[in-house]
Design a protein around this ligand. Structure first.
Ligand code: ADP
Length: 497
């Protein structure tokens, strides 16, 4: 029988002795200070790797390499060459996909079957960005200037991008930051999260194997201070950030000094609304996985579940029974559906909310506890948890928990539920379940969020924009806005008489 309680035997050969350096100007280099930090398996607690800890001097070195690359041969790559490069990258990533997925699972603990499930989305994304590379275009514009002048726009790469990503979907986040960089002709310094940086590092190496010139894609592994140095660096033109709101605010402040272009993909507390006429057989499992997927460590999780009163008791009971049926287990076990939280810090945060729920009067229907039996004592597993009779102003209903915790609330009318769904400082996503198309479309129009799913939850595609209203951020990833954020527009005037 396979032993899933140790990462021994699952480590991709690429990990070697587990020591990993920074990737700057196409070279693997130590941090100037010689400092390192360790990354541990969220599932088994074992050491996975020891990575170089980039300081300010390393960030500066990476930004300089990135600037030089931006102005060097990379600027003369034709769109078709960048496209071919992205297609080669897609092939290399596909060939090595199982190892890349394994790196995420080893570090942040996402169940291996879920990590491997991202293959199609990653391929679609890289091929989408390849398509974009040869489709960037400006416009010819009429003008009314008194003399004859031709006016048109040029779309130009914004320059050096500082990309800062979180630990909850490292490979995917890296691809959605680096893909547009390569499509548009920008360059990038990527700062992965300290809890899970390996897949991003390997992805960047594969960019080089695909033919990216040195300096175009750089990776500085490190902690918050590394990201802070990047967001304050005067020669970075744009920051693309995915992470928490408070960190996003710090980045906006730091980047304001040189007016960087900034995009922010932040957290949420998304409403998922089940009307009484919904197909409950479809709605209940989707709503449950809309919360419990990745142990709730998903920014768009539909954690505020509004259920119309006639089906409220039924939905609460069936959702709880679905939650109880999910297989909690070691991340490496292919049958596992619920893996651990990423770290002790994350567990403490979630445990705080688990204590708060009942204190503030929520009814615990199922879950609510840490799981340690069955060899799960080395990481931080939390049972899929369902609270019912949650009031809108309880902290578990207002704040992002980033754990497997659903808050279910009854409602009585359309206008009421829309108002309650919108009474959040976040606006990342929302879900609507009904068989009535008019009701669905009315709800779509009124929900103040960047994505709304009807009779589905969590669909994502590189061609469709994703991003936040309100405190869930600004800027979009996916769709044409994603690419626009990596481009400048230049107005050109040519006298023609
Ligand atoms: P979490 O608290 O869930 O880890 P964060 O938003 O703090 O989420 O982290 C997202 C990314 O932002 C990580 O790569 C992290 O290292 C980085 N980061 C943390 N603090 C800062 C900061 N002050 N400036 C820039 N990046 C930061």
């Amino acid at each position: 029988m396979t032993d899933y309680s140790s990462i021994a035997g699952f480590r991709p050969a690429w990990l070697g002795d587990g020591r990993k350096k920074l990737l700057i100007d196409g070279q693997a280099v130590e941090a100037r200070s010689g400092e390192t930090f360790k990354s541990f398996s969220a599932s088994t607690g074992e050491l996975v790797a020891e990575l170089a800890l980039a300081g300010e001097a390393d960030v500066d070195r990476a930004v300089k390499a990135s600037r030089a690359a931006f102005e060097g041969p990379w600027s003369r790559f034709k769109p078709a060459e960048r496209q071919a490069l992205l297609l080669r990258l897609a092939e290399l990533v596909d060939a090595e996909f199982d190892d890349l997925a394994m790196l995420d699972t080893l570090e942040m603990g996402r169940p291996i079957t879920a990590s491997k499930g991202l293959r199609g989305m990653l391929q679609r994304s890289l091929r989408h960005f390849a398509g974009v590379a040869s489709a960037i275009h400006g416009q010819t514009l009429g003008n009314s200037f008194p003399v004859e002048l031709l006016s048109y726009t040029l779309r130009e790469p914004v320059g050096v991008v500082g990309a800062i990503i979180p630990w909850n979907g490292p490979l995917f986040s890296a691809a959605w930051k680096i893909g547009p960089v390569l499509a548009t002709g920008c360059t990038v310094v990527l700062k992965p999260a300290e809890d899970a940086g390996l897949s991003a590092l390997r992805f960047a190496e594969l960019c080089h194997e695909a033919g990216v010139p040195p300096g175009v894609v750089n990776v500085v592994t490190g902690a918050g201070a590394t990201g802070a140095a990047l967001s304050a660096h005067p020669d970075v033109d744009k920051i693309a950030f995915t992470g928490s709101g408070p960190t996003g605010q710090r980045i906006v402040e730091a980047s304001a000094r040189t007016f960087k272009k900034v995009s922010m993909e932040l957290g949420g507390k998304s409403p998922n609304i089940i009307f009484a006429d919904a197909d409950l057989d479809a709605a209940i499992p989707a709503a449950a996985m809309g919360v419990f997927n990745n142990s709730g460590q998903v920014c768009a999780a539909g954690t505020r579940l509004f259920v119309e009163r006639p089906v409220y008791d039924e939905v609460v009971a069936r959702l709880a029974s679905f939650a109880q049926g999910l297989k909690i287990g070691l991340s490496l076990d292919p049958s596992t559906q619920i893996g651990p939280l990423v770290s002790q810090r994350q567990y403490e945060r979630v445990a705080g909310y688990l204590a708060l729920g009942p204190q503030q009067g929520a009814r615990l229907v199922t879950g609510g506890a840490r799981v340690t039996e069955g060899g799960l004592d080395k990481g931080y597993w939390v049972e899929p948890t369902v609270y019912a009779d949650v009031a809108d102003d309880m902290r578990i209903a207002c704040e992002e928990i980033f754990g497997p915790v659903a808050s279910i609330m009854p409602f009585d009318s359309f206008d009421e539920v829309i108002a309650r769904a919108n009474s959040s400082r976040f606006g990342l996503a929302g879900g609507v379940w009904t068989k009535d198309i008019n009701k669905a479309m009315a709800a779509v129009k009124r929900i103040r969020a960047g994505s709304v799913w009807v009779n589905h939850y969590f669909a994502m595609d590189p061609a469709v924009p994703f991003g936040g209203y309100k405190m869930s951020g600004f800027g979009r990833e996916g769709g044409s806005e994603h690419i626009d954020a990596y481009l400048q527009t230049k107005g050109v005037w040519i006298r023609t008489e």
